[in-house]
Design a protein around this ligand. Structure first.
Ligand code: COA
Length: 703
């Protein structure tokens, strides 16, 4: 017999509606039904004088059940009418808030008559982060409680308020140090004793002073500038309805917008990423109850841009960190950069000077690698060169204490070869931080052939503690992200040889929502950096015997055209503005002639997108076949968190699924037929072909 996640019990003359739906008390259909039944039971017990809503476990209801939104039959109506009945109740209803009252959780609390919160509680309406809007009257009740301006800000940003701020804003009525249930029961009794008349949020009006002239119009204009995120416009219109229409009409406006955004591709993609990011944390096949290695003290070797950024990640998260460099000048330079970064954050008002000082106090600069001996993990972030990395690994193998984890920060190199050099490969793995390491969300964690399971699990946990979104990659050239990026760049360059311009390629790719197309991106990262990667890749035997392979970037490198930093690359730069560079176009034409490549005038945006993105998707499928990535969704996480792939597209695997894998395969076959396939560029991955024929999805694939 299945028991309901919601029970009604009595504490003296007070009813307690108790929700227990781990892990976060999300409003699953069963929970909603339990609430409906629980309220009916309370209504049938007139001897109970008030009702308290209380949640078991770590948090008050943290939202609607995001998984339930995938059900085409999903409807918010049952919960919404429950909220109406709850609010209409003649006896006081008190929400006991602890943890995070988010989304449907805050909507539930706002339909109660009184909200008591623990000092550490937080509240918010983060639906926008899922491409949604609050669909259970949050857009109507929050402006009534907190005013239009703050409500708009909270719903458009999705940010949370802590209990003190929520109290100041009128969202919670009381903060109590008592355990939440006890606090709510005490308040319920007090309200009963004073014969308090329930105060209903829906009966309030939005304070006119909270709606400065032009606020909504300005917000609407900003929202319309981002049509890929329809939830923004929806939120503005719902707040307008809250401010101008009776509650019942506002409810209808919200319902219409909610239905629209729920069905949008944007929300579907963002919901996919919500679960993808959480799935990526999990390592399949780990022994049950595996103990993690304790990490308190962190060492970073190398105080360059990467090392400094990595050290900042750890001190920001409260770790004692040692930063080691070989020379005093390099160490001082690294420390100065770190200080400058913090000072700039302080001057923008985003960090207090005291907090900056606390963070810097956790950082110990050192010129002696023996100081790394007391660290629980050491991350080596020296120059990307195999011989150097192996030499350092050998040294760390000796210096680091037994059981310490040794991480090599690399974007391409063979982690197994580095691990071997350490003499203790089970303790070694790769970390691929993205630059600037203290800002970028992604961390690719590279599992070596001999990496111990507890080392991998510890580093995944650590990634979460420093606020990174992490995905595991096996060892291969470029790991998940750069290996796929290589294919994308390859096609961009072939198109340049065939006659497309950098502007045309970038425009087509940017139409998908990527902030920058491949040419602008490489100009910014540096043509020299890009070319050296290709040269290294060649040395490592990774390139096909194709004399035309990425000849453009190599030629520009030879010509000293390194991109933005030299004023010319794929583009010419006027200040920071890229303009067409006729010289590069002449270079491409000359290279094409040299290699016997016909120039065409009929390259369309569709071809550009298909050749760059579908070939990358095909490479992603190979990565899955080889077991380099555990899941298709991990690849989407890598691309959205680390490579600027738009979240509203859900990542390359999700995009391919949405366009249809059969269509993707058909286009790859088309290019094989029309362009020839001597180097296997267009050979469709067997996994992709199989999924296409079975109606499967790459983004749902787990090997
Ligand atoms: N619906 C369904 N599942 C949810 C959920 C929701 N609203 N919120 C969290 N979960 C699940 C996660 O998928 C995860 O499941 P898993 O352990 O199987 O991977 C688990 O709850 C824990 O979530 P996680 O994010 O890993 O924990 P956390 O402690 O870091 O953060 C929250 C907790 C509640 C702050 C965070 O999960 C969150 O922001 N959730 C979304 C809240 C939201 O958007 N609500 C509005 C929905 S309309």
């Amino acid at each position: 017999m299945s028991s309901s996640p919601v029970t009604l019990r009595s504490e003296g003359a007070i009813g307690v509606l108790h929700i227990d739906n781990p892990p976060v008390n999300a409003l699953s259909p069963a929970t909603v039904q339990g609430l409906i039944d629980g309220l009916a039971a309370f209504e049938a017990k007139p001897e109970l004088q008030a009702l308290v809503l209380h949640c078991e476990g770590r948090t008050f209801v943290a939202g609607g059940d995001i998984a339930a939104f995938e059900d085409p039959a999903f409807s918010a109506a049952p919960f919404n009418s429950f909220l109406g009945r709850l609010e209409a109740c003649g006896r006081p209803v008190i929400a006991a808030i602890h943890g995070t009252a988010l989304g449907g959780g805050l909507e539930l609390a706002m339909a109660c008559h009184w909200r008591v919160a623990t000092p550490t509680a937080r509240v918010g309406l983060p639906e926008v982060k899922l491409g949604l809007i609050p669909g259970s009257l949050g857009t109507q009740r929050l402006p009534r409680l907190a005013g239009a301006e703050l409500a708009l800000d909270l719903m458009l940003s999705g940010r949370m308020l802590d209990a003190a701020r929520a109290r100041a804003a009128g969202i919670v009525d009381e903060i109590s140090d008592l355990p939440p249930l006890q606090a709510a029961l005490a308040r319920a009794q007090a309200l009963v004793n004073e014969k308090w008349a329930p105060r209903r949020t829906s009966a309030l009006t939005v304070p006119p002073a909270s709606l400065p002239d032009g606020l909504l119009d300005k917000a609407l204009a900003q929202a319309k500038a981002k049509p890929q995120y329809p939830a923004h416009e929806a939120i503005v219109e719902c707040v307008r309805a809250a401010a101008t229409l009776p509650f019942a009409q506002g409810e209808q406006v919200e319902a219409q917008w909610f239905a629209r955004v729920l069905r949008s591709g944007t929300s579907k993609a963002m919901r996919h990423l919500f679960f993808a990011e959480r799935a990526a944390e999990k390592i399949p096949g780990l022994p049950k109850g595996l103990a993690l290695r304790p990490v308190q003290k962190v060492g970073v070797l190398g105080a360059g841009t990467m090392g400094g950024g990595i050290a900042m990640c750890f001190i920001n998260a409260g770790f004692e960190t040692v930063l080691v460099e070989a020379s005093a000048e390099a160490l001082e330079r690294g420390m100065a950069t770190i200080r400058k970064n913090y000072d700039s954050t302080v001057s923008k008002g985003k960090l207090s000077a005291e907090e900056r000082d606390r963070r810097l106090a956790r950082l110990t600069p050192s010129l002696h690698d023996t100081d790394l001996g007391s660290c629980d993990i050491v991350i080596e972030a020296v120059f990307e060169n195999m011989a150097l990395k192996q030499q350092i690994a050998a040294r760390l193998g000796q210096v680091c204490k037994p059981g310490a984890i040794i991480a090599t920060n690399t974007s391409t190199l063979d982690v197994d070869a580095i691990a071997q050099a350490s003499g203790r490969p089970a303790d070694v793995l790769g970390t691929h931080f993205f630059s600037p390491a203290n800002v970028m969300r992604l961390l690719e964690v590279v599992r070596g052939a001999q990496t111990a399971p507890d080392v991998l699990a510890t580093v995944m946990g650590l990634a979460k503690r420093i606020g990174k979104v992490a995905a595991v990659s096996g060892v291969c050239y470029g790991f998940i992200g750069n290996r796929m990026a290589e294919v994308y760049m390859r096609e961009a360059e072939f198109l340049l040889l065939e006659g497309a311009t950098p502007g045309q390629i970038d425009k087509a790719i940017e139409s998908l929502g990527l902030a920058m197309g491949p040419c602008r991106m490489l100009d910014m990262a540096g043509i020299d950096v890009g070319a050296k990667t290709v040269i290294e890749y060649e040395k490592a035997g990774g390139l096909p015997p194709d004399a035309t392979y990425r000849v453009v970037v190599r030629k520009l490198f030879e010509l000293g055209q390194f991109g933005q930093k030299t004023g010319a690359g794929y583009y010419r730069y006027e200040g920071r503005t890229p303009v067409a560079n006729p010289e590069t176009q002449a270079t491409c034409a000359a290279l094409a002639q040299q290699h016997g490549i016909a120039r065409r005038g009929d390259i369309t945006d569709a071809e550009i997108i298909e050749r760059l993105i579908y070939s990358m998707v095909n490479e992603g499928a190979r990565i899955l076949e080889e077991g380099i990535a555990y899941r298709g969704s991990d690849i989407d996480v890598v691309w959205t968190a680390g490579y600027g792939f738009p979240d509203f597209q859900g990542g390359p695997m999700f995009l391919a699924d949405e366009r249809g894998l059969a269509h993707v395969v058909q286009r790859l076959d088309h290019y094989a037929a029309t362009r020839g396939n001597p180097y296997g560029y267009w050979t469709v991955s067997p996994l992709l072909r199989r999924l296409a024929s079975e109606g499967g999805r790459l983004s749902q694939y787990a090997g």
